[in-house]
Design a binder for this molecule. Structure first.
Ligand SMILES: NC(=O)c1ccc[n+]([C@@H]2O[C@H](COP(=O)([O-])OP(=O)(O)OC[C@H]3O[C@@H](n4cnc5c(N)ncnc54)[C@H](O)[C@@H]3O)[C@@H](O)[C@H]2O)c1
Length: 336
């Protein structure tokens, strides 16, 4: 399937968190496949300028009545993509209450509103951070989930709520466990704009362009070929594309699935830095520091289930394309 192969036939799809990094790419992909994304967002982290493919409703998920009212305004919608959450892992350790409220209460309010408005299909963005410490790479969906961080714990709690709604109320769902979302749309119009930015690639690009601090490399003594941590980077447009496959699969009768979204390939921090230097032609200045608490040595997906159940394989996730598109986006943003 190319990016534009499943005809959504003008269907409206609610995208909660559609003003954010991944949400904006999901909205564009829905529009490219003939649908209309309806964004629900409070813009605490997302951007109104990233909402370009349909209307938006400004709503805070923590407000149960307002969330229900937003769903009632769009009560014919059957399919909901839920991406809104607090995502900054360090903040979760310091302010767990706010994290549980935003992520877990917010998700419960969505589930309640979906039940009341009979919206039966949910695609939820969970994370590989629900798995916790393990040596079993590549990670299968059946791996024990024992998250280390508050962030991962909130996502696992939501996975459990969704499973309960499936069992008791016939909610159909696909829970995606994303690995590292990265890259940007080829247009250069939308990309990663977190504040604070904690992700490796945008921070390394900022350091290379002299627009941010020198990069911090946390630990060079891991048990990997070059001593730095290994992660699985999947292009954000592949994540978006997988959502279209999930909508089609649910249309065809899929009622329940937990699915890894990764490429199956891991790259170390030093490999990413080298690739950035090659693409940009600029050195990435960095300082080596001690290991960061909670960072696992390596994390990469077994990506077979996405192919088996959804017929999805990544199309955009070569490391070069990830870095080139992220670089194009940042250059457009900075006007260089
Ligand atoms: N970026 C990654 O690498 C990655 C990896 C694994 C999982 N995920 C998950 O994917 C989802 C999207 O990530 P992202 O990088 O696009 O994050 P993001 O911060 O760019 O987007 C999240 C959006 O949710 C909105 N939001 C947050 N709380 C809200 C609330 N209470 N009410 C309404 N809107 C609210 C924000 O304003 C923002 O637009 C998140 O759930 C995240 O946990 C991301």
């Amino acid at each position: 399937m190319s990016d534009q192969e499943y005809d959504l036939k003008g269907r409206e799809i609610i995208v909660v968190g559609g003003g954010g990094y991944i949400g904006a790419h999901v909205c564009k992909m829905i529009a490219e496949n003939g649908g209309t994304p309806i964004v629900f967002d409070n813009f605490q982290a997302g951007h109104k300028h990233a909402v370009k493919w349909g209307p938006y409703v400004t709503v805070d998920l923590r407000d149960r009545a307002a969330t229900l009212a937003a769903f009632q305004q769009h009560k014919d919608v059957e399919t909901v993509v839920h991406l809104a959450s607090s995502i900054e892992v360090g903040e979760g350790e310091k302010q767990p209450e706010g994290f549980y409220e935003n992520n877990v209460s917010g998700a419960l309010n969505i589930l309640m509103a979906m039940r009341q408005t009979q919206a039966d299909n949910l695609i939820f963005s969970s994370t590989c951070a629900t798995y916790g410490e393990t040596q079993n790479m590549p990670l299968l969906e059946t791996e024990v989930q024992n998250p280390f961080s508050v962030y991962g714990k909130t996502k696992l709690a939501i996975e459990h709520m969704i499973q309960s709604y499936h069992k008791a109320y016939d909610l159909n769902y696909v829970t995606f466990r994303y690995f590292n979302a990265s890259g940007a749309d080829a247009s250069g119009d939308i990309g990663e704009e977190h504040d604070p930015e904690t992700h490796l690639i945008p921070n390394a690009l900022k350091a290379a362009a002299g627009r941010g601090n020198r990069m911090k490399l946390f630990g060079t003594d891991y048990d990997t070929p070059d001593g730095t941590c290994v992660r699985d980077y999947i292009h954000v447009n592949d994540i978006a594309l997988a959502h279209i496959h999930a909508i089609r699969a649910m249309d065809e009768g899929l009622s329940q699935a937990e699915v890894n979204l990764g490429t199956g390939e891991g790259y170390s921090v030093l490999q990413i830095i080298k690739a950035i230097e090659e693409v940009t032609g600029l050195p990435v200045p960095y300082d080596v520091g001690p290991r960061r608490e909670g960072d696992l040595t390596q994390l990469f997906a077994n990506a077979a289930r996405a192919e088996e159940i959804l017929g999805f394989t990544p199309q955009h996730s070569s490391l070069e394309n990830i870095i080139q598109t992220a670089w194009n986006f940042h250059k457009t943003k900075w006007g260089i």
